[in-house]
Design a protein. Sequence first.
Length: 1023
Amino acid sequence: MHLKHLRVSIWFLLPLLIFSCKKESELGIKDLAANEDVANFMENYKGRGVLTDSLATPTAPEDVLKDFTIPEDLSLELVLSEPEIAQPIQVSFDHKGRMWVVQYQQYPYPKGLKITAIDNHTRVKFDKKLDPPPAGAKGADRITFFEDTDGDGKYDKSTDAISDLNITTGVALGRKKIWVLSPPFLLAYADENEDGLPEGDPEVHLEGFGLEDTHAVANSLRWGPDGWLYGAQGSTTTANINSKVSKNVAFLGQAIWRYHPETNVFELFSEGGGNNAFNVEMDRKGRIYSGTNGYDRGPYYKQGAYYIKSWGKHGPLTNPYAFGYLPNMPLDGEKKRFTHSLIKYEGAALPAHYNDLMFAINPLHNFIQLTAFTAKGSSFENVDKEIVLSTTDKWFRPVDIKLGPDGGIYIADWYDSRLSHVDPRDTWHKTSGRIYRLGPKNEDKPMQSFDISSYSNEKLVQLLSHKNKWFRQEALRQFGDRKDPSSLPLLVKLLQTGNEQEALEALWAINLTAGINDEIGKMGLNHKDPFVRMWTVRLLGDKQNLSPAMFQELQKLAAKESHPEVRSQLMASAKRLPSNQTFSLIENLLNNHEDSEDPDIPLLTWWALEEKATSDREGVLAMMADDKIWQHPIMEKVLLGRLMQRYIMEGGEENFAIATQLLEEAPSPKHVKILIEGLQEGLLGREMVTLPDNLLKILEKNNKELGDSPLTLALRRREEKALAEALKIIKDPNAEIGLRLSYIQVLGEINQDEVVPDLLNLVKNSQSSPVIKQTALHALQSYNQKEIGEQLAKAYPGFRDNVYVREAAISLFASRKEWAMDFFNEIEQPKTISPDDVEYHLARRFRLLQDEEINARADRIWPESKLLTSEEKTKRINAYGKLIGTGEQNVKKGRTLFLSNCGSCHQLNGEGGVSGPELTGYDRSNPDYLLLHIVDPNADIREGYEVQRIVTTDGRILEGRLKSQSGGTITIEPPLGGKSTVLSQERIAAMEVQQTTYMPERILEPLSDEEVSDLFAYLMQVK
């Protein structure tokens, strides 16, 4: 009765509470900001329009279920709500069936720290480091567990296990400890009696998780079946992790990591993937998945693999020689952002047709997506089935989803009007949060109480056959806690005689109890179930050194293994073994299997080979002594060129020596050609590379296969004879066009001042083809002679007719101040150049020079390119907002307006360009959200679309998207398409992400009121 009256009071006062909360947080800017710049940055967000993602009012807990739609064979129950919980970020269950909830109420800023800087992605720097509890400021985060004390299926008792935490995202119980993920720390509180209450202050096991962006901090703590604690890290934080054993394990952005609580080893399990990884799901076979904030469902993570990420915002991979990455699982379905957390249903309580399907939460669109897994080689494709849960309540923000001991699906709901994290102000609704349970329609009576920690070993073994995955996983945790060797006979028997799943569970339990010895290893490698074999490979590989007898068994398996996921794990484990075992295993797998079309195995093979490429060059040569291995499609398509590129990029006597030997031993001209292509890739972006004479001799010997490479290499060595010959070919209109373009490009990389007149003549010559002019203009950007700008500005009217040449020329003028002035002079004084030649995305490039005089002249010439003030944006948002939904709202005309004004960059409903974010998957039902991002496109620049400003050591300014960063070079891709530029990092003086995008702020200004209404009618139409 008391709780009921309290809820009524809260919901009666809610509007006042929301207002008060926001007023307090706005006043708190002064408390958060360490300096005036930070305070002004945060304050200015007040002028950016409404940043909440929904202006809807909240629904009282007792009424909220009315808003949901679910299938007829399922039921939905509100399990917990405010005031019992607020801002739940993780839900889990312990050995007694108690529900543990991490309440993330301190989000977004740690208590006791001040912000010294904020970047354009709202990543922050603080004035000091956090101290582990109990030292330091006491935060608002807490970890609470809930119990059903009377067996009626309702949680009627709550206990705050740990309070006063400061940025806490995860909890896991095990090894008589309460493990708490509280970045920058992983803490362990002693809990010898396992009552869920800590017995003293915590021990710091890990330190170094970043706090730059608390919506992307380390998260999702959980046990793996192998006895490691696993977690994720999001996209916009850094890490430099230290434990008692592992030191300075540094990485940037999203990753899956793991920590072994007994050996104290920390390591990256997989890197990249999923954009902002905030979920770790493990299915019954031990596969690891995570969600994504993109348009698909996320990755299937393989051990030691590298996955796609947004390089500019999230940073490079830890391995500069990865030379590739794996994608997320391909999706066949409607690509609506974003399903950031998921489970694979294996709870056996829902109707059978839900088994093995993904339940993926979408907080942006307020629904749960049902998706199938379809095998694709060693990985999967995803196929959307249906939306299994939806609601009209726009405050529904599911952030975590878990399987419960009763087989139900539990959903943690952040419950807030706001979802966007780009506003640095703390305007979050701190007092709301809910947890739902999705279960079968006609359910049996509530579960009986239990305490798995009290079970005998025999009963634990029986649990390994339980139909609900949750019980099997909890039983495994108990085996890891006990490490009781008396359970081994029962477990070995189950491994030998159980069904496929029971055998796998038994293998895991044996490993948790006593590790994998050679006898169990041999048994596992020869087991009939592929996943027992796969996990035996993985557990043996984790040892990182196998006995000769055990490695021989592994080799036997590699030669005959028929299942692609097992072969995938064999390659992943090969990376972890000593080099002699690595090379033997790679050779065995390549000689006995053809996996070149598999989505993962080719790159897993490369990463295993690359791991040993410089530590054991003799081993590489020994493996390559087998002519048969050269012929394998994976070697030809993936390994050989990358191997040569790897050696050339790192350089040095030993690497050049093995590069030479590989060329000498190549069995055919085809393989020589592949190696030389890799060599050329390794030279890209470098002005001059001193290759040894013996390598040059073998290159000259293979002149036929080299094509233009002998001259290219000589140019890079700055040989006068080669330069003269190249210029002769470049100036010859009858020479082969590909050769001319190749040499022009090299001249743009080697900085030979004497070639500038010839390059200028190519541009000014009316007989030169547009592609020659365009390539010459790109090459000229690398030089800094004043006459370049002067001559080209005067010659501009003669070559402006071709749009690609025109854009290349304008990009050149915008790359240096002196050249920009020459261009402006021709516009303003003789007026030989029209300002209309310069489109918005080109006009804005001049501002990258960051020069007051340039900016003033650009404002005068192109006033429409001047950025709006916060007040102007707010005024426009309010004015356009009044037009939406007025008039006849002609959707057909709106489509035409979209294609002509937005479609060159954005795709909607399968129509439009691809240089900007695809819009179909966004929540387009909210006009305020659309208006903010149209009028102020720089408020939140999507991952992958950030533009880098690069200053070279000679003062040149470039911009573009960071396409790749490896081996001492970066590749910059023009934001709106075009030829990429490769630069040596030695030539880069500065590189920073821009706070502006290519999208014009004033894109709606040319439209009439009626056209604005029509455009929004089309944008907001949901098909």
